[in-house]
Write a protein that binds this ligand. Structure first.
Ligand code: XUL
Ligand code: CO
Length: 438
């Protein structure tokens, strides 16, 4: 049975007038020594694409999907099976090499944790059989530690240690399932790890709890021999007023405090960067500079809306700038580009899922091709390198090597009557240079 009978596998056809083709994502095209498929490692997520019915806080779901209701009745397991079948049909037709899921996306929650584990195992067997037949792998798995009411006041940071224990049991099972499926990474987004008011919150205590939780996850990863990367996904707020994993810098400080910086990298999401008041490029550059860049949740926010709109990417320039940082850092390793993005509610047809992903993949491919061309052109890199040349001279080298005290530096300036002259930063020229490629 086909869930998308009207959609043919998407082809790369840059000259075509058809709107359901790739115009930029030529998976086999090689730039900087790798194919676009290998560079981008695209992934489709289960939650927005297959689980979300198009509801919002003001209204019910707008999408009619055979795997959410309808034929087959309300049997939750039957529907979950259909959802998995539909997902793999979409992955294959889009030609994406990866997918991502939360435990509760693929299997309904049972009455007890034991039952939830059994349901997940049963449904993941179906996922595995699809993975055997299609060339699709798991980019990352994650546990949903935010949906159930037990987690309303946090999971690891809950005032009740029994909730911590429950979350630990859930993550243990999901990490093991991710390992079984050969996942390349495991993600921890701090769903409700944060607070709404300090009147009832002991911030220092909650940080220690979270530090302990993440240490336990890392320990277990090694115990079971999972070789994938552990990733933390920063977000500044929503659902809580203040999320602890605010942005890349906050997470890096946290990881260092709890001696976890060798165990975790970051899964950076564009819309989360926007909410934190950063350009996405900044978050990527910061993570690369500190050796914690891991993976990307690809989407976009709205410049006038202060919440997580999770729209599909459509700005090649934004992606060219992000790619520049990623490529300077050596490219993607275990990570990839996961479309953590959803349709707008009136986009009710299943074909809209294809238009959305095709546009997102094309946008990111365009950014990649542009960034590779900028690097090959070399002028941007040369300009930046030359701007710092002084630091390769004796004065700069001595300062960084700790061979100059404040006393020495003051003496140097006074003895030589130094009056440094500014060199132009040439921002406008560099913006024009980038515009030539995007
Ligand atoms: C929430 C969000 C999540 C994580 C996975 O804003 O981005 O979907 O990516 O839990
Ligand atoms: Co995300």
């Amino acid at each position: 049975m086909s869930f998308f009978p009207d959609v043919e596998p998407i082809r790369y056809a840059p000259e075509s007038e058809d709107l359901l083709v790739f115009r930029h994502y030529d998976a086999e095209r090689v730039v900087l020594g790798k194919t676009l498929r290998e560079h981008a490692r695209f992934a489709v997520c289960f939650w927005h694409t297959f689980c979300w019915p198009g509801s919002d806080v003001f209204g019910a779901g707008t999408f009619e999907r055979a795997w959410l209701s309808g034929a087959g009745g309300g049997d939750a397991v039957k529907l979950a099976e259909k959802k998995i079948d539909a997902a793999f049909e979409l992955f294959a037709k889009l030609g994406v090499p990866f997918f991502c899921f939360h435990d509760r996306d693929v299997a309904p929650e049972g009455d007890t944790l034991r039952e939830s584990h059994a349901l997940l195992d049963r449904l993941l067997a179906r996922v595995e059989s699809h993975m055997d037949r299609h060339d699709v792998r798991l980019l990352w798995g994650t546990a949903n530690l935010f949906g159930h009411p037990r987690y309303a006041a946090g999971a690891a940071t809950n005032p009740d240690p029994e909730v911590f224990a429950y979350a630990a049991a859930q993550v243990k099972h999901c990490l093991e399932a991710t390992h079984r499926l050969g996942g390349a990474n495991y993600v921890l987004w701090g769903g409700r790890e944060g607070y709404d008011t300090l009147l009832n919150t002991d911030l220092a205590r909650e940080a220690d709890q979270l530090g302990r939780f993440l240490a336990l996850v890392a320990e277990h990863k090694h115990r079971i021999g999972f070789r994938g990367t552990l990733l933390i996904e920063p977000k500044p707020f929503e659902p809580t007023k203040h999320q602890y994993d605010f942005d890349a810098a906050a997470v890096f400080a946290f990881l260092q405090k709890y001696d976890l910086a060798r165990e975790y990298k970051l899964n950076l999401e564009v819309n989360h960067a926007t909410l934190a008041g950063h350009d996405f490029q900044h978050e990527v550059a910061y993570a690369v500079a500190n050796g914690i860049f891991g993976s990307v949740d690809a989407n976009r926010g709205d410049p006038r809306l202060g919440w997580d709109t999770d729209q599909f990417p459509n700005d090649p320039r934004e992606w060219a700038l992000a790619w520049l940082e990623i490529l300077r850092g050596g490219g993607m390793h275990s990570g990839g580009f996961n479309f953590d993005a959803k349709l707008r509610r009136p986009s009710v047809d299943a074909v809209d899922l294809f238009h959305a992903h095709v546009g997102g993949m094309d946008t990111i491919a365009r950014g990649l091709v542009a960034a590779a061309a900028i690097l090959e052109d070399g002028r941007l890199e040369r300009f930046r390198a030359e701007r710092y040349l002084g630091w390769d001279q004796p004065l700069g080298r001595d300062i960084l090597a700790g061979r100059q005290s404040l006393e020495d530096l003051a003496g140097h300036v006074l003895a030589n009557d130094l009056e440094p002259q500014p060199d132009s930063g040439r921002q406008e020229m560099l913006e024009n240079l980038v515009a030539r490629f995007v």
